[in-house]
Design a protein around this ligand. Structure first.
Ligand SMILES: Nc1ncnc2c1ncn2[C@@H]1O[C@H](COP(=O)(O)OP(=O)(O)OP(=O)(O)O)[C@@H](O)[C@H]1O
Ligand code: SF4
Ligand SMILES: [Mg+2]
Length: 327
């Protein structure tokens, strides 16, 4: 890193997360050797099939779960060693939009109270200015002030997600972490929300980590992408470059199977995904990889830098010119 490079907001250094199974007799690694940096203002999509470890990675980044091994740094500090004051600041600066946005909102509070709560908690405005700030937040996410006195149960799916975004913005965060925030919505409502998130990110400089099953969403919203497979990041770097010419066979397979904006990864690729409890020897993708060779059964590839700003965990990366032909 050069002397002028900004300090990452987050650095994950060889992070592992193991869960006990079968009454503790065995473990599975939901995360296995994760290396990742998030720079100020950067937007990063975490993409991968169900069970690849996206939500676990987010929980570990947010300090909701401790890694079994490796380090999570927030700026220069170890996340697990923050003191009470630093933790409060972290909770304000890193806003989380849950996978289940409706379930995350207190059903006894109306929209105005839901938005006022984090402003009061973090003492971001004097009491007399809170009402006006609530109106400002509603306008920012494109909701009419007439919704102030509605409860979450009285809102549509799209409105609920906007309230969740407004609640995140109320904290005046440096990072927004959103887990599947547009999944399950009509395509037109999805598009409106994506436009909103993209505008916010461009105008406010907030960094964003966006978990998605959808490569089209990743391409639209995020400059950087990390493609996950069975607990590991197999390819990461600039989204446009990776989607134009993937170098990991798994990324290419994902793109061939799900080339469209509204084609989420709801079905598996060709071949059975192995159980995380019994990974193949060597490369974990080899049982589904069209490029596999003998040594792929012997050596587990680690993330290595290529010369164009991306990292790939593959012993035989695809050639730089390999373009994807949509199915
Ligand atoms: N608390 C837990 N105990 C045991 N195993 C767990 C636990 N949480 C997650 N796992 C396992 O870890 C792996 C990764 O799960 P995770 O929820 O992070 O995947 P995901 O990529 O977010 O999937 P989805 O797209 O379905 O949300 C899965 O095999 C899952 O079964
Ligand atoms: S290491 Fe081998 S099996 Fe694994 S992705 Fe690369 S070519 Fe395929
Ligand atoms: Mg998940």
């Amino acid at each position: 890193m050069s002397a002028t490079a900004p300090l990452p907001l987050f650095s994950l250094l060889d992070v592992e997360k193991a869960y006990p199974i079968e009454g503790g007799r065995r473990h599975i690694k939901a995360l296995d050797g994760i290396r990742l940096n998030l720079l100020p203002g950067q937007s990063l999509a975490l993409v991968g099939e169900s069970g690849s470890g996206k939500s676990t990675l987010v929980r570990v980044m947010l300090g909701l779960e401790r890694p079994s091994d490796g380090r999570v740094l927030v700026g220069p500090a170890e996340l697990g060693s923050l003191d009470a004051g630093q933790r409060r600041r972290f909770a304000r600066e890193v806003a989380y939009i849950y996978q289940d946005a409706r379930g995350s909102l207190n059903p006894r509070l109306d929209v105005a109270a839901l938005l006022a709560e984090p402003i009061r908690l973090h003492r971001l405005r004097p009491e007399a200015q809170i009402d006006a700030r609530v109106d400002e937040l509603l306008a920012q996410v494109g909701l009419p002030t007439a919704l102030r006195h509605r409860f979450a149960t009285e809102l549509s799916g799209g409105q609920v997600r906007r309230v969740a975004v407004a609640r995140a913005l109320a904290c005046e965060p440096r990072v927004i972490v959103a887990d599947e925030s547009v999944a399950g919505l009509d395509v037109s409502v999805q598009a409106q929300l994506l436009n909103l998130l993209r505008d916010l990110q461009r105008t406010s400089g907030i960094a964003m980590v966006f978990v998605t099953h959808d490569l089209g969403v990743a391409a639209y919203l995020c400059e950087q992408v990390a493609v996950m497979y069975l607990g590991r990041i197999v390819e990461t770097g600039p989204t446009a470059r990776i989607l134009q010419a993937p170098r990991h066979p798994y990324t290419r397979a994902l793109m061939q199977a799900f080339p469209r904006f509204d084609a989420p990864l709801s079905v598996s690729l060709q071949g059975e995904i192995p159980s995380p409890a019994s990974l193949p020897s060597g490369c974990r993708f080899r049982t589904r990889c069209s490029e596999a060779r003998a040594e792929c059964a012997l050596t587990d590839p680690v993330q290595s830098p290529l010369d164009d700003g991306r990292h790939v965990a593959c012993l035989h990366p695809l050639p730089a010119a390999s373009a994807v032909v949509p199915a």
